[in-house]
Design a binder for this molecule. Sequence first.
Ligand code: ASP
Length: 454
Amino acid sequence: MKRIWVKETPQQTGKQVYLKGWIEAKRDHGGVVFLDLRDRSGFLQMVGGRELKPFGEGDVVAVEGQVKLREKRFFNAKLETGKIELAVSNIKLLAKSKPLPFATHGLGYDINEETRLKYRYLDLRRPRLRSNLYRRHQAQQLFRQALSKRGFWEVETPYLSKATPEGARDFLVPSRLQPGKFYALPQSPQQYKQLLMVAGIERYFQIVRCFRDEDLRADRQFEFTQVDIEMSFMDRDEVLDMAEAVITEAMEAMGKKIAQKPFPRFTYAEAMEKFGADKFDLRKDKKGQELAFAWVIDFPLFEKTATRQISPVHHPFTAPHPEDVQLLDKDPLRVRSWQYDLVCNGHEVAGGSIRITDPKIQTKIFSILGHSRKEIKEKFGHLLEAFQYGVPPHGGIAIGFDRLMAIINGEKTIREVIAFPMTAKGRTSVMAAPTSVPAAQLRELGLRTVKNRR
Ligand code: ASP
């Protein structure tokens, strides 16, 4: 007999069916035993006699039986299969389970998170997380569709690469063949997507992992996912309109209501004056389901860091506002940029800019940021060289996909929408990396560990 999914059983009432899945719960009433069967599609109550007694929570089984209508007083409106049950005629054990370390049916927020992540493969059995994963999958397909439809190509860029400054520390990967040299994992594909514009791709996107070694917070992980976008021959407003159309289409297809269309736009100065911050929540009802998007534009190009150094507010490839270019030498902190951020319900969910394409201005920005001529050549020579071969005007944006998923699923942390996130202390789920490695492996890489002096 062909196996069907639990969610297909209501249409099979009266018929004999064959199902496979896990025992979710057991209620033993002596002569009558109830087992709940769970597969990816849902739950179904199964009923039988003594032959069900040996089975317990977590066991994997194959069952045959007849789908029967329940007595009316036992209808369960909360379940899609709440009007039926399976009268088991045959059950076979496929795999036995140890007692589970925690229940997998509730919401799970009250369970210690380290434990949940140690057994993430069990935690993911809970319907809330399964639904988060499914909706993430749906949203990825919808973004791909919305972008492809508008002529964007998904192009993959390298993970083993050279440092791309986006304001965080790099993760380094030692090279075995060139001992003492290192690759850096990309903080974003920023330079590659700009090189793709020089290559004439015109419209690029990628659902891509980015790596940043920074302090972990509820909305930060060492690795996270962006919907990364870049386009040529468009001015700022055209880029914003395009991004807005894509996000609106994907989010509406996810069933979300957008509070205000088109998204309101505030300059950075207006936002600071009105809200005291560059992220703000425009929802009237803060608990409501709607998404209140707004653009923030005209950011300052530079800011002073705690160590009183000048650093870019976005990244060093962001174009200065043309009206302010003449201020670059005299008063760089007053220069506005062509950066834009997208906020949603109080969070920053996307950011981007029109890029510098004039090698002279790009060099000037690097030197304002304190790089010597030699450093500029070493670190960014490839980009400056590429820009000498006909670079189209271009700009783009990256959507913080994990954060957007947390918002649309009503989750407080991005860990709830990532299959295998890191713990708050930076250990990977299940495998508990980072770990030590054998001395031989270090030797092969030309590395030696020294006592950490911190
Ligand atoms: N690379 C930028 C970021 O990761 C986004 C962009 O400017 O397109 O924030």
